[in-house]
Ligand binder design. Structure first.
Ligand code: NAD
Length: 255
């Protein structure tokens, strides 16, 4: 594999099915990676595994909805790695994901939680990462969005609204800080199967998701998201900014 991220320092905020693979891929391409998750032990375990495999990574407890924690993570990367070249905000709350209620009956506490973590947290990441990227002479912000923002699901309207908000945030960052070398993009996954997902979603539902893609052969994998994200973090992606890029097997066919 090409080491397109050699010499770059990248924070991945949010481990888990997709985030673990983002950290592994960035490290395999040569980046030093700070992986944070609200489950600090899980983030540390992945970082240790990366280090055991010859990469450079550090895992920390990080609440992506907590401004002080985000600021501290950025400061840690600058101190430990000498600066920051990339920030991938990948964490999410799925607080309204288990219900079947539409907007008329949704639990407002769940809605508030999803907006607090997925919209406000995403904004806090930019608020603290962008100055560090500017100080470095430029860099890349990537947010993990979701096809849910575009397809009009019958439930989890808070999740969809929060993910849709990432587009506005990303375009603001791209326009405002582009002249200072900061690129900003959203990667919007379709259904991405990983062990945590497989535990939560019954097999017949997974088959339905597979049928809904244009390719039909398989569901998405964390590797699919990591491949595009690594391009966006690398100098090969240096002319890509202000975009929402779907990785969904052709599911949404967004214009
Ligand atoms: N898997 C899919 O099908 C799919 C589809 C579309 C979008 N996404 C998006 O991909 C991203 C990763 O999802 P995943 O499928 O890997 O799920 P996951 O549950 O495996 O990972 C989510 C991670 O976020 C962490 N987290 C939750 N709240 C946090 C907080 N406040 N601060 C820090 N970490 C926090 C969790 O501990 C977990 O490790 C999310 O943004 C999700 O919305 C996933």
């Amino acid at each position: 594999m090409e080491r397109r991220l050699q010499g770059k320092a990248i924070i991945v905020a949010g481990a888990g099915g997709i985030g673990d693979e983002l950290a592994r891929r960035y490290a395999r391409e040569g980046a030093v990676v700070l992986l944070g998750d609200i489950d600090g032990a899980a983030a540390r375990a992945v970082a240790e595994d990366i280090v055991a495999g010859g990469g450079t990574a550090r895992g920390i407890a990080l609440d992506g909805a907590d401004e002080a924690a985000i600021a501290a993570a950025v400061a840690l990367a600058q101190e430990a790695f000498g600066g920051l070249d990339g920030f991938h905000a990948n964490f999410a709350s799925f607080a309204d994901g288990m219900g079947t209620a539409d907007v008329t009956g949704l639990d407002l506490a769940d809605w508030d939680e999803v907006m607090r973590v997925n919209a406000r947290g995403a904004m806090l990441c930019a608020r603290h990462a962008v100055p560090a990227l500017v100080a470095r002479g430029g860099g890349a912000m990537v947010w993990t969005g979701s096809g849910a923002a575009y397809i009009g699901e019958e439930m989890r309207v808070g999740y969809a609204m929060a993910k849709a908000s990432l587009g506005a945030l990303m375009r603001h960052v791209a326009r405002t800080f582009g002249p200072r070398g900061v690129r900003a993009n959203v990667v919007a996954p379709g259904v991405i199967a990983h062990p945590r997902f497989a535990e939560a979603i019954p097999e017949d539902m997974q088959r339905g998701f597979r049928e809904a893609t244009l390719l039909k052969s398989r569901l998405g994998r964390p590797e699919d998201i990591a491949a595009l994200s690594a391009l966006l973090m690398s100098d090969e992606g240096s002319y890509i900014t202000g975009q929402v890029l779907s990785v969904d097997g052709g599911n949404t066919l967004r214009a």
